[in-house]
Write a protein that binds this ligand. Structure first.
Ligand code: ZN
Length: 292
């Protein structure tokens, strides 16, 4: 059993409209699902991704206007990296971005309006539209136990290292990098912070097998939770970052056609009776035009 890569990344934002405009208009991601935080239905939950809302392309946000900013540090995701075939045109779209290279790949680094650290990594080929995640970088006090989880349990391979940075890759090619910073204080979560990183399970049976395996290894996991578009279990990796294992099915076309993804507020059946009240509570939004 191997983890075939990242399923989604979930983060915390401030102003909803500002978040939506940045990811849809500046980065060109598609809003593939407009819903609410199931635990706090007066708050939106945005899902951005590729055209089809494919696992491995999904970045989600809980936007709270006036949210307290997080502080970067260890035990947290320090950087979310997107893959693009080429970086052509991005410097004009992101005038504050800083160009670099890592492990032989050209990158540009920038922040979203809430200060969340982002990066585009050139993976080769034609075009410059974001194709999905390249990976995440986790800031950690030490490496051994997290590395063991990634390699021995998840089936990732150590691809390369540079100083205090270690790159592990899934069989699908997306990466988790560990940035070992024993001198850095623990981070605190708030707007601009990644809340958790979710990894893929292809089926519910495989997720159940992961639940048993993680419990056998001594990880305390949640029960399997119904997130409407996938089923989830959560646990903390040894360095403190919250991990999730999320199923590919049923996916984002569970309650919308591929053409209409993200165009209407969707609620799970148990919140549908409260739609009127929820719509009144939610801040008004101007949805992006999806160009296809
Ligand atoms: Zn999640």
């Amino acid at each position: 059993m191997k983890i075939p890569g990242i399923h989604h990344v979930t983060a915390i934002a401030g102003d909803p409209q500002r978040n939506l405009d940045f990811y849809a208009k500046v980065l060109g991601l598609r809003l593939v699902k407009l819903t609410v935080n199931f635990d706090d239905p007066g708050t939106y939950h945005f899902y951005f991704g590729d055209e089809a809302g494919r696992p491995g392309s999904i970045l989600t946000f809980f936007p709270w206007k006036g949210a307290h900013p997080g502080r970067a540090g260890t035990g947290e995701t320090a950087l979310v990296s997107f893959a693009v075939p080429s970086l052509e045109g991005w410097a004009e779209r992101l005038p504050d971005a800083v160009a670099g290279t890592r492990f032989g790949q050209d990158t540009i680094a920038f922040s979203d309006p809430d200060g969340m650290r982002l990066e585009l990594v050139a993976t080769g080929g034609e075009g410059s539209k974001i194709t999905g995640f390249h990976g995440v970088t986790l800031a950690e006090v030490s490496r051994d136990k997290t590395a063991k989880l990634l390699t021995e349990t998840f089936g990732y391979n150590l691809l390369a290292s540079e100083g205090n940075r270690f790159r592990y890759a899934s069989s699908a090619g997306d990466v988790v990098e560990l940035l070992v910073q024993p001198e850095v204080k623990r981070g605190t979560q708030g707007s601009g912070s990644v809340h958790h990183v979710a990894f893929r399970a292809e089926t519910d049976e495989i997720q159940n097998a992961w639940l048993l395996e993680l419990n056998k290894l001594g990880y305390r996991t949640t029960d399997i939770l119904d997130r409407q578009y996938f089923h989830s279990i959560y646990f903390r990796e040894p360095g403190g970052v919250l991990f999730e294992i999320a199923t590919d099915p049923p996916g984002f076309t569970f309650d919308e056609t591929p053409e209409t993804l993200g165009t209407h507020l969707k609620l799970p059946p148990w919140l549908e009776p409260r739609r009127g009240e929820i719509e009144t509570m939610l801040p008004k939004l101007e949805l992006p035009e999806y160009a296809g």
